[in-house]
Design a protein around this ligand. Structure first.
Ligand code: NAP
Length: 454
C-alpha cells in the first residue's frame, strides 16, 4: 500500500510513499532499542547539545519546512514559519531546563540514603496528527528524547513528507542512528507498532476514536499512554468584557491553522446583553480574512487539509441550520479546485445541534447566547471534551474564579488558549489524559525509581 500526499489547495498529487513492510518495521523497532541503549548512557549536557543542534537545523530550513506544510496540508506559509519557531523554542527550552526537571530527589527517611531517580522507559511510539506536522512531533519527541528515550514516529498518512523531514532533522543534528525514526504506515497498522515488544509506551495526538483504540490495546499490554485528543473549547464572553477585544481573540483562535486546531475556540458562549455587539465584531473580523493559496503572503486562511474534512464541515453547518441555528456570515469560495471552506459564523446555536455537540475542525464559529455567568459556566462544561477554555471579563478576580470551575486542562483569562513549552498541556474527559511540555511532560515517560540504602 502507498501513502499519498495531495496538495489540498489544488488537488494535485505531490508524492506517493511506499509503506514500510512488517519486517522493516520490526527492524526499525530493534534499531530504536539499540539506539536507546546507547542514548540512555549519555549525559544531559550531551543530550542538550544535540537539541541545540536540532534547533539550528530547524532555523536553517525554516522556509522550506513552512513551504512543505503549505503544500502537504495547506497551512498558510507565515503560520508554518511560526510553527517552526515554536519547535526551535522547545528544543532550546528542554536543553536548558530538562536536567533540572529530571534531577534526582533526595528524601529524608530512616534509611542511610533514600532518593527518587527518573530513568527513561525505552522506545516511545508517537502517533501524530497532520494539523501541526512539526510542532506536534517536536512537543512529544523533545522531552522524551531529553529524558533518554528513543522515539518512533507514526505520522498522519497525509504528511509523509513532513514525517521524513522530521527524521532528517534529528539525523542532521547528530542524534544516534535509529534514535528517532519515522515509520511510514497507515492507521490500520498502528496496532502492529503498539504491540511490538520493543515499544514501551505510546503518545497519541489525534481524534478521540483513535485514542480509544490505541489506549485499549496499550492498556491490555500494560504500556503507558499519553493521549492528546479532540476539543470543543468554550470561550465565555461576560457582560463586563471588552467585547471588541474578546471578539478579536475569539476570531484569531477560531481561525488559526484555518480552524484546524484542537485548542481553537469552537463555542463562543456570550451573555445576551453583549451578544449583538459581539456578533457584529466577529462578522467584521471574519469579513477581513483572505482565503486562498497558502503560499501567497496575504493569505490568512488556507484550504482544510483533506476534501472529506471540508465535506464534514459542510454537513455540520447545514445540519445546524436545519436544527434552527442562524447563519450570520459565510465567506466567498475561491475559484478553482481545492478543499476550501469559507469562514462561517452561526448564531443561536443550542444543545442538540451539530455545532454545539460535535468538534468542528475548520473556520466555523458557533455563537451561543446565555442569560448570565452561571449559565455560561454550565454550557461551557456541557461537553464531553475538556481541553482548553477562555474567559473574557474586565474583572480579573472573577475570571480566575470562573477558571477554577471550568472542566478543562487549561483556562486562559482575556487571552486565547495556546501551547507553550513552559506550561503543561493536555486535557480531561474525552480530550485525553497525561500532559505534554513543561516539567509534567518530561516526566511522563520515565520510571520514577525509589532507591533505599540502609
Ligand atoms: P486522527 O484521524 O485520529 O489521526 C491522528 C493519528 O492517529 C494519525 O497518525 C492517524 O493515522 C492515526 N489514527 C487514526 N485512526 C487511528 C486508529 N483507529 N488507531 C490508531 N491510529 C489511528 O486525527 P486527525 O484527523 O489527524 O487530527 C484531528 C484530531 O486530532 C482532532 O480531533 C483534533 O482535535 C485532535 N488533535 C488534538 C490535539 C491535542 O493536543 N489534544 C492536537 C492536535 C489535534 P492516519 O493518518 O494513517 O489515519
Amino acid at each position: 500500500m502507498v501513502l499519498e500526499s495531495i496538495n489540498p489547495a489544488t488537488g494535485e498529487r505531490l508524492a506517493e510513499y511506499e509503506e514500510h513492510s512488517p519486517s522493516r518495521v520490526a527492524e526499525m523497532a530493534e534499531a530504536a532499542h539499540a539506539a536507546f541503549l546507547i542514548w540512555r548512557e549519555t549525559t544531559f549536557v550531551d543530550r542538550a547539545s544535540r537539541l541545540l543542534r536540532a534547533a539550528r537545523v530547524l532555523r536553517q530550513n525554516r522556509e522550506s519546512f513552512a513551504e512543505l506544510m503549505a503544500r502537504e496540508m495547506g497551512k498558510p506559509f507565515a503560520q508554518g514559519s511560526a510553527e517552526i519557531e515554536k519547535c526551535i523554542i522547545a528544543c532550546e527550552y528542554f536543553a536548558d531546563y530538562g536536567e533540572g526537571f529530571l534531577a534526582t530527589e533526595h528524601i529524608r527517611t530512616e534509611a542511610h540514603r533514600s532518593y527518587v531517580v527518573l530513568q527513561p522507559l525505552g522506545v516511545v511510539l508517537a502517533v501524530m496528527p497532520w494539523n501541526f506536522p512539526f510542532w506536534q512531533v517536536f512537543r512529544a519527541a523533545i522531552p522524551a528524547l531529553m529524558a533518554g528515550n528513543a522515539v518512533i514516529l507514526k505520522h498522519a498518512s497525509i504528511v509523509s513528507g513532513c514525517a521524513r523531514a522530521c527524521e532528517e532533522i534529528f539525523r542532521n543534528a547528530g542524534f544516534p542512528e535509529g534514535l528517532f525514526q519515522s515509520v511510514l504506515v497507515g492507521s490500520r497498522r498502528v496496532a502492529e507498532l503498539v504491540g511490538h515488544a520493543r515499544v514501551k509506551a505510546v503518545t497519541l495526538t489525534g481524534s478521540t476514536a483513535a485514542g480509544e483504540s490505541v489506549a485499549a490495546q496499550a492498556g491490555s499490554l500494560l504500556k503507558k499512554t499519553v493521549l492528546e485528543l479532540g476539543g470543543s473549547d468554550p470561550y465565555l464572553v461576560l457582560a463586563d468584557a471588552d467585547v471588541a477585544k474578546a471578539a478579536e481573540m475569539c476570531v484569531a483562535s477560531r481561525l488559526i491553522n484555518s480552524g484546524q486546531s484542537c485548542i481553537a475556540a469552537k463555542r463562543f458562549i456570550v451573555v445576551e446583553r453583549v451578544k449583538r455587539e459581539f456578533e457584529d465584531h466577529v462578522v467584521h473580523a471574519m469579513r477581513k480574512q483572505k482565503m486562498g493559496d497558502p503560499l501567497a503572503p496575504d493569505t490568512t486562511i488556507g484550504p482544510v487539509a483533506r476534501f472529506d474534512l471540508r465535506d464534514e464541515l459542510v454537513r455540520q453547518l447545514q445540519q445546524s441550520l436545519a436544527e434552527g441555528a442562524h447563519l450570520l456570515f459565510w465567506g466567498e469560495l475561491p475559484s478553482g479546485p481545492g478543499a476550501f471552506f469559507p469562514p462561517a459564523v452561526l448564531t443561536d446555536v443550542r444543545k442538540g445541534m451539530a455545532a454545539y455537540d460535535e468538534e468542528t475542525f475548520g473556520p466555523l464559529a458557533a455563537i451561543i447566547g446565555v442569560a448570565d455567568e452561571a449559565e455560561a459556566i454550565r454550557v461551557a462544561n456541557d461537553t464531553s471534551f475538556g481541553l482548553g477554555a477562555a474567559v473574557f471579563t474586565r474583572n480579573l478576580e472573577r475570571g480566575e474564579h470562573i477558571a477554577q470551575q471550568l472542566e478543562a486542562g487549561c483556562v486562559f483569562v482575556n487571552d486565547f488558549v495556546r501551547s507553550d513549552s513552559r506550561l503543561p498541556f493536555g486535557g480531561v474527559k474525552r480530550s485525553g489524559y497525561g500532559r505534554e511540555l513543561a516539567s509534567f511532560g518530561i516526566r511522563e515517560f520515565v520510571n520514577v525509581k525509589t532507591v533505599w540504602v540502609k
